[in-house]
Design a binder for this molecule. Sequence first.
Ligand code: SF4
Length: 190
Amino acid sequence: MEVNVTRRQFLKLSGAVAATLAVVELGFDEKSAKAQSEEFKIAKLTPTPTICPYCSVGCGILVYANENDVVYTEGDPDHPINEGTLCSKGTTVRQVYTSEKRVTKPMYRAPGSAKWEEVDWDFALDKVAKNIKETRDKTFMEKENGITVNRTDAIAYLGGAALDNEECHLLQKLFRAGLGLSYIEHQARI
Ligand code: SF4
């Protein structure tokens, strides 16, 4: 009879067999080992699949989180791109959440100032919207050398690898079709 196992099932099975052999051969107390394994930090957590935000390879990552913390991250063995592997950047992705240097509020540096200061989201969004409108109004070109171009070269947009297809579609509509930007780039182009 043919038995079909997924990659994840195979890895779990291999791990279970190896663990059982180790227990039997080394004479460990199986019940005690099982009790201890239930205290492993991710034993009772359900992983949430996500995509690595760093580059356009787009590796799959499993995030184990409780109510207060991201406890552990690892490569997703079921993901077709990376099949459970991660590079050194992806392996340390948990630090995006845990780093003391993580910026959690919008920061603003006023013209001429050398100091960044925390601002609220209303201020930040209003400021961005106002600057975009003023810049576009000042620099929008309907024609260049007699050819209709309907664009501004004074604003650029930089996206990131964490954007999904639907978000990219909406952003293209807004920035390219809506505002006339031609400088639209991505941090992870390879
Ligand atoms: S940074 Fe590394 S882990 Fe993340 S998507 Fe790129 S190759 Fe994959």
